[in-house]
Design a protein around this ligand. Structure first.
Ligand SMILES: [Zn+2]
Ligand SMILES: [Zn+2]
Length: 627
């Protein structure tokens, strides 16, 4: 961490002391816990007992904090014995637990005191709190389990932030406000885009008509580009045999992220003979693409094979980390696997990077950064293959004129990768694309005794096989890995190079990001409703319908609003719904020789009186350009 980050952390942690001091004066029975600095601020966790403290109390707390400040000249370090420390906290079980823990590890116990307030703390504060802590703000309140453990008591977490200057604080608060306004969960509701129903299940997205429509456009666009780039598109099922994911090693390495195996022999009354194969919800598409590749022998002449699928997968994410559309349990990856020879690798990676650059530009992400993750300490495959793959990634990035950073040792155990992170309109970084080598799945590795032990630890396998011996027999019968090969120029079988890649990541996450990036105001080619026609009164209604017909026949998504509302109210409503264009039709327009309207856009700009033909022309050109 650099000096600036340490200074900021010290500032913010000091401010957490100040928050706790104010809280203890306002609600003296509160039990304090901990208050660390975090990215962009700090928090402090409190047990308020039966008292309900909410964001409405923030002004009161902030005022108290400011009143305390003049007396906070410095932080004084005081060493204490465990007995003294415990004495100070009386019946606060959280602090007593921490004191026991620290003293059992022979750590020195220290209190830090400023003004009249002291707290158990390891240090890391500003020198002159009275002067330095002036520019703070309390931000939000949330529930948080003591030590992050669901079995423990739920505490009240108060988030805040603090900056060295007033200007920096104001800029930060402005950015937060913008981010809140464009939060995809908020906009998803306001614009009727998507929902999550507890009956469907947590982390599972229901796409409402408008967003489903945009998704179809993006998916068609994705398919068109990939066909053009020589991809073969396939479809594979949502469930797969457990055997496949045992062979792919996902069931041993990723078991925590997979939904439980559906063990059919436990269905009461069913004959187990009919259900000998157990299934899983697939967490990845790759093994299925391998099955298609292996459906017949492959010659070097066919390579490279680029197999693509908008493939839906399911991964178990803990409830606590689920977040709108950006962290979910079921999602559709814009997935593809490239099977090629070592000679083709650089060109293939280059093509993927070039597709990424194209897509990001179309969606208005002009700022992106590539990260190359290299060999970690524990890895599969040989060092030579890793070196080759890492060098290929770098060469491809250079050839595509991409600025890249190296994440040393951050590769996944089965191969190095490039991650592409884009900056959205609010300056936040999101990971979208990945190009990833795989030295695991194409190989024909034998199940090791270590792996048998790994499988045996899993409850599912204990239930199914009853003994380690049965499990070993099953694994032996399944055989070795997938063995993805092609026949080379000499008629010899060679292992393929296999590359995984996504460009957008997943449809769910990408749309969550897209909604925020555009603040819900989708560009014309994506807008679910592109034009709303507004007849000023009933006698203009017929003309509006005629214009709507004309636009519809040219595939423009248009609606006519003939509600009994004023023109101003209609314009307001459609502006709030972020409709790109509104066409007003009154006496002047109906009196014209040609079908005409007066056009304005959602930013309030007046484009003036024009013929429907002229308007159609503008629409078509803008859509064509994906502007
Ligand atoms: Zn401290
Ligand atoms: Zn894959």
């Amino acid at each position: 961490m650099n000096r600036k980050n340490i200074d900021l952390d010290n500032l913010r942690h000091s401010c957490a002391h100040l928050l706790a001091a104010a809280v203890m004066e306002l609600w003296p029975d509160t039990k304090r816990t901990i208050g660390p600095a975090i990215e962009n601020g700090f928090y402090y966790d409190f047990d308020f007992g039966d008292i309900k403290v909410s964001e409405k109390d923030f002004p009161k707390i902030e005022t108290r904090m400011l009143q305390l400040l003049p007396d906070w000249k410095e932080f004084t370090r005081i060493e204490v014995s465990p007995e003294q420390a415990k004495n100070d906290y009386g019946d606060n079980p959280y602090k007593l637990e921490l004191i026991d823990e620290f003293s059992s590890k022979d750590q020195k116990l220290t209190f830090y005191k400023s003004g009249n307030y002291s707290d158990l703390c390891r240090g890391g504060h500003v020198e002159n709190p009275g002067n330095q802590l002036k520019y703070f703000k309390l931000l939000s309140i949330a529930g948080a389990y003591w030590r992050g453990n669901e079995k423990n008591k739920m505490l009240t977490r108060i988030y805040g932030t603090c900056f060295p200057t007033k200007k920096e604080l104001e800029n930060y608060l402005k950015a937060v406000e913008m981010a809140e306004k464009s939060d995809h969960r908020k906009l998803g509701k306001e614009l009727d885009l998507f929902s999550i129903s507890s009956l469907t299940g947590q982390g599972l997205i229901l796409w409402h008509p408008k967003l489903a429509l945009i998704r179809n456009i993006v998916e068609q666009f994705w398919k068109d580009i990939h066909y053009q780039q020589g991809y073969q598109l396939v479809n594979t099922p949502h469930i797969a045999s457990m055997d496949m994911f045992v062979l792919s090693r996902h069931l041993s390495k990723y078991i925590d992220y997979m939904f439980p195996v559906m063990l059919h022999q436990f269905i009461e009354g069913e004959s187990s003979a009919d259900y000998s194969v157990d299934e899983v919800l697939k967490p990845m598409n790759c093994p299925n693409h391998i099955q298609i590749f292996q459906a017949r022998p492959r010659s070097y002449r066919e390579l490279p094979i680029r197999m693509g699928e908008l493939g839906t997968v399911y991964r178990y994410e803990r409830a606590g980390v689920l977040h709108g559309m950006t962290r979910v349990r079921g999602f559709t990856q814009d997935d593809s696997h490239i099977f090629c020879t070592p000679d083709q690798v650089i060109e293939e990676v280059r093509q993927v990077l070039s597709i990424m650059k194209y897509f990001y530009a179309v969606f208005g992400f002009s700022d992106y950064q590539a990260y190359i993750s290299t060999r970690p300490e524990k890895y599969l495959g040989d060092k030579k293959s890793w070196d080759f793959a890492e060098q290929s990634l770098q060469k491809a990035a250079v050839a595509e004129d991409l600025d890249y950073k190296i994440d040393k040792g951050a590769g996944v155990f089965y191969g190095p990768k490039i991650d592409m992170k884009v900056k959205d309109s609010l300056g936040r970084e999101w990971q979208l694309g990945t190009v990833q080598f795989d030295f695991n799945q194409p190989s024909r590795a034998e199940t090791t005794s270590e792996e048998i032990e790994e499988f045996w630890k899993l409850k599912t396998f204990k239930q199914k096989f009853k003994s380690k011996n049965n499990l070993a027999k099953y694994l032996k019968k399944l055989g070795r890995g997938f063995d993805v090969t092609y026949v080379d120029t000499n008629g010899q079988a060679k292992t393929c190079v296999m590359i995984h890649r996504v460009v957008l990541g997943s449809m769910e996450r990408f749309f969550g990001i897209l909604i925020e990036h555009f603040g819900g105001a989708f560009p014309l080619w994506l807008a679910p409703v592109q034009v709303v026609l507004i007849p000023i009164s009933d006698r203009h209604h017929q003309t509006a319908l005629k214009i709507a017909e004309k636009l519809k026949s040219e595939k423009i998504r248009v609606e006519s609003d003939n509600r009994k509302e004023s023109m101003q109210a209609k314009i307001r409503d459609h502006t709030l719904q972020k409709i790109p264009y509104m066409g007003i039709i009154g006496d002047k327009e109906t009196g014209s020789q040609w079908l005409s309207l007066t056009v304005r856009d959602r930013n309030g700009k007046n484009h003036g009186f024009m013929s429907a033909d002229n308007f159609l022309d503008i629409l078509k050109k803008t859509i064509e350009k994906k502007a």
